[in-house]
Ligand binder design. Structure first.
Ligand SMILES: [Zn+2]
Length: 347
């Protein structure tokens, strides 16, 4: 009998009942869960005196020992106990190497409860209480041990994960979660929230991606959009983003305004000029019309808008360039502008 899990004190019994209310179904679950640990095997080898009983009798409560399914190493030399009484059998040296807060926790464990002293008499492994739930401790230790991470399918998941790994000083995990936040779906889900988190956790790439998305949204007229209390942003943050946005969009528009279209017509190949207007102007006859429209499309980052604007400008000028020429022009503009717009600093 090695661990706290066999503790029969009232306090533990109460907390185990809270977790797994008495009943045959929960007894089975407790048994299944237990088989991953050696302690559990001991309990299974010594089944309750009345196995056919459909109700968990008080004397069976020792079966409800709770050792983490994923962290029950046979050669563990430390037990981390979650605040909902689940034991994680882990290794001191691995945790010490993972981060300074973990090393500190092991070297200077928090003041211990009475229960711990009781356990100490029974368990050869030191027990350190951690103020995290079983779920959170499992999530956290997956970034310490070579186990698969749990998936983060929403901005909220990532926020909880980030807060946890940052609290425990897991720098690589912060970066890993930060890059998961820098994802089109996550940003689309809530660009202002992604921006706020990226700002808080120092995730520069993620912050820049969120800003680009914010520049496409007209949030200025809707203070509530950006000032939702849960975002943790101030009106100063809002003013900052608005001023960056103006600067950014001005820079994007000037890319189009400064662009010099290639001189066409009279080509060296002797091909017939595609359009008389273009030949006369020695450039695309619709280009100045296009430029005059650009200012009205301040969010001309969207490539569909770019195409539409070019085609409309051509219609108005009755440009006679061939379809293949139009395709080439659009392809060229897209490639060149995408490159230049990407290079515009977002702040
Ligand atoms: Zn033309």
């Amino acid at each position: 009998m090695t661990t706290s899990s066999l503790d029969t004190s009232d306090e533990v019994a109460k907390s185990n009942k809270r977790k797994l209310p008495a009943g045959p179904e929960n007894m089975n679950r407790a048994l299944e869960k237990s088989v991953s640990s050696t302690d559990a095997k001991q309990s299974v080898d010594n089944p309750p005196s009345n196995p056919g009983s459909p109700v968990a009798e008080p004397e069976h409560k020792e079966i409800n020992l709770t050792v983490s399914e994923n962290f029950a190493y046979d050669d563990a030399n430390l037990i981390l106990r979650s605040n909902d009484d689940v034991d994680f059998k882990v290794h001191r040296n691995i945790l010490s190497l993972a981060s300074a807060p973990m090393k500190d926790l092991i070297e200077n464990p928090p003041a211990l409860s009475k229960r711990r002293r009781t356990d100490a008499a029974q368990s050869p492994l030191p027990i350190v209480s951690v103020d995290e739930t079983e779920e959170d401790l499992d999530y956290l230790l997956r970034y310490v041990y070579p186990l698969s991470r749990l998936s983060n399918d929403s901005v909220e998941d990532l926020e909880l994960g980030l807060r946890l790994v940052v609290r425990w000083g897991l720098e690589a995990a912060r970066e890993e979660l930060g890059s998961q936040l820098n994802n089109t779906s996550r940003i689309e889900e809530d660009p202002a929230k992604v921006y706020a988190l990226a700002k808080e956790f120092g995730l520069e790439d993620t912050r820049n991606s969120a800003l680009k998305r914010l520049y496409e949204i007209s949030f200025e007229g809707d203070q509530d959009y950006f000032m939702d209390e849960t975002l943790g942003l101030t009106s100063r943050d809002l003013q900052e983003v608005i001023s960056w946005k103006r600067k950014y969009l001005t820079a994007v528009v000037s890319i189009f305004e400064k662009y010099k279209p290639p001189v066409i017509g009279f080509s060296a190949t002797g091909n017939k000029p595609p359009c008389k207007g273009c030949s006369a102007a020695r450039q695309w006859c619709w280009w100045s019309h296009f430029k005059s429209k650009v200012r009205r499309f301040l969010d001309l980052i969207n490539e569909d808008d770019l195409e539409e604007l070019v085609l409309k400008s051509m219609e108005i000028k009755e440009c006679r360039v061939s379809h293949s020429e139009i395709f080439n022009i659009l392809h060229m503009l897209r490639t060149e502008f995408r490159e230049k717009v990407t290079a515009v600093p977002v702040t």
